[in-house]
Design a protein around this ligand. Structure first.
Ligand code: AMP
Length: 160
């Protein structure tokens, strides 16, 4: 369990965590990898969400998932990139979260994942929650906490 006071302050700030879908770079599952390679190179993110035509969340795609398909025995073969779809190589085994978020769960998940996709009940992609946005909120709490709460240290045995 996380401290109720921290949970409350994070919850109050939770609308700031979300980068809304319209601001998130994405590729479509039916794009060929050559197009996806261009998008990923252009946006300079390591990994981005994959959506379908109806804006439903399908998975994640990274540069390394694409380059792996290019690995030949002793050279890179780019010719296959126009034959393989994003959906053939994307990652689908990743956690997603729903709005309103369970803050404790989000904190745990962001330890291992740089961002989490927010997906509604019907599978629609709402946006992402990133480590950076959460760190901004934690930074805010670290500065503001003692304005809202009185904190009293519990004496340790050595101090007594
Ligand atoms: P950050 O915490 O800002 O470093 O973001 C962590 C990761 O989230 C990035 O490496 C990207 O994979 C992803 N990400 C952040 N912002 C965007 C965005 N606007 N569009 C797509 N992916 C993003």
């Amino acid at each position: 369990m996380i401290a109720k006071s921290i949970e409350k302050m994070l919850s109050e700030n939770q609308e700031h965590f979300l980068i809304p879908a319209e601001m998130v770079a994405n590729v479509q599952e039916n794009n060929f990898l050559d197009h996806a390679l261009l998008v990923l190179t252009k946006v300079r993110y390591a990994k981005i969400p994959v959506l379908d035509n109806d804006y439903k969340f399908k998975g994640l795609l990274s540069l390394s998932m694409i380059t792996e398909t290019m690995l030949g025995l002793d050279e890179l073969d780019v010719s296959k990139l126009h034959e393989i779809y994003v959906k053939d190589v994307m990652e689908t085994d990743m956690p997603t979260i729903q709005d309103p978020y369970d803050i404790e769960n989000v904190l745990h998940l962001l330890v291992d994942h740089p961002f989490l996709s927010v997906v509604s009940n019907d599978g629609s992609f709402t946006g992402i929650v990133t480590r950076r946005e959460l760190m901004k909120s934690l930074n805010h709490i670290a500065h503001e906490f003692e304005k809202d709460y009185t904190v009293q240290a519990i004496e340790t045995k050595e101090e007594k």
